[in-house]
Design a protein around this ligand. Structure first.
Ligand code: ADP
Ligand code: MG
Length: 347
């Protein structure tokens, strides 16, 4: 995974900007009925006849948001799309289109960009969104990648961050902490590789958490699941920065407090084992690790019977009056104020 297997290197200057765009986008076809015009004109045209249009953008910078020494370009393309779609799903909307804008230095050969685009296209196909345009330009140093995701939602279905009420239950999809730990494993292997490039590490025990880091998935399924269960979250957010910081966003925007129960936080067995190996506290990792792209939402207590048996969803706490603050209730039954440490607290 760490070695560069792709040996053919075609300089970008041989194609020029238009040739490059044409080459990278030659296989793109659109499927959404709302896409009237995709790539190829001065602008794309959408026809959103029903509902509200939902838009979200992310900008990723090499060396800041991704490190190409252990992030294969195909994975980067995939992840960049998924991260954006996650924001659309966090509004309880359906993602329909994306645009991809790219700045690259001439250190990247055409084959590298083909890899990147194969990841972008795979994500677009997997999630059923149309790639409808973007921009391509040169950069003096490194790569910048910006993706905009577009979606649609019925007005009454949209979930904002500000709708939580005291006594609402706090629910999370999937499990937490894996993506951060996957990164720890990859960073450790990178250091080993620097010393001994012939070392072939056995990463199979870590495959779940490495996949969580390199090939995360967005929870497209949760919106339809909630619809089936006839549950409308009172607030929702996706977990990009860590559980702690996302809970605090819901609390601040909804003007509520929160009690989060340590023993309820869902953890995969690989996360628990790897935490032991790295001498990290699994609760700290779940609270501050980030990049899990699970959905965090609140529901009315009355809806508890509808979700309680679902293996995709875990109730991890409840909202309170704002005066009570936001706390983690530990296994020892002590209360610790939640802090928005994010990622850096673990470094
Ligand atoms: P302009 O000069 O008007 O910005 P471009 O030549 O950059 O137009 O783009 C031509 C077409 O190719 C447009 O439809 C644009 O959206 C699309 N496009 C440009 N770069 C990309 C990219 N990186 N990915 C997808 N589509 C792109
Ligand atoms: Mg352009």
């Amino acid at each position: 995974m760490l070695a560069d297997k792709n040996t053919k290197k075609t300089g970008l200057e041989t194609l020029g900007e238009f040739g490059l765009i044409k080459h990278l986008t030659k296989n793109i076809i659109t499927h959404q009925s709302t896409t009237l015009k995709g790539i190829g004109d001065d602008a794309a045209i959408l026809s959103m006849e029903e509902g509200k249009t939902v838009i979200s953008t992310d900008l990723l910078v090499e060396g800041v948001h991704f490190d190409l020494s252990y992030m294969p370009l195909k994975h980067l393309g995939y992840k960049a799309v998924v991260v954006n779609l996650s924001d659309i799903y966090a509004m309880n909307a359906l993602a329909t289109q994306i645009t991809v804008s790219l700045a690259v230095s001439n250190r990247f050969p055409l084959e590298a960009l083909e890899e990147l685009y194969s990841g972008v296209q795979l994500a677009a196909e997997t999630y059923g969104v149309d790639l409808i345009g973007g921009d391509t330009t040169s950069s003096n140093k490194g790569m910048l990648l910006s993706i905009t995701a577009i979606g649609i939602a019925k007005e009454e279905a949209i979930c904002y961050r500000n709708g939580a009420k005291p006594n609402d239950l706090l629910v999370v999809s999937g499990d937490l902490g894996g993506a951060y730990l996957g990164l720890q494993v990859l960073e450790r292997e990178k250091q080993v590789f620097k010393v001994n490039p012939n070392n072939q590490p056995d990463l199979s025990p870590y495959s779940y958490i490495i996949e969580r880091q390199l090939k995360p998935e967005a929870r497209k399924d949760i919106g339809s699941l909630l619809q089936q269960l006839e549950v409308k979250p009172s607030s929702m957010i996706d977990i990009s920065d860590g559980l702690s910081s996302e809970i605090l966003h819901l609390c601040a925007q909804s003007n509520v407090g929160c009690k989060l129960f340590e023993d309820k936080i869902p953890l995969d067995p690989t996360v628990i084992q790897t935490c032991e190996e790295f001498k990290l506290d699994s609760t700290t990792v779940a609270l501050n690790g980030g990049e899990d792209y699970e959905l965090l939402f609140t529901i009315d207590q009355e809806d508890y019977p509808k979700i309680k048996a679902n293996p995709n969803l875990t109730v991890i706490g409840h909202m309170t009056e704002p005066s009570e603050g936001a706390h983690l209730v530990t296994r020892a039954n002590t209360q610790i104020a939640l802090q928005a440490q994010g990622w850096n607290a673990l470094q």
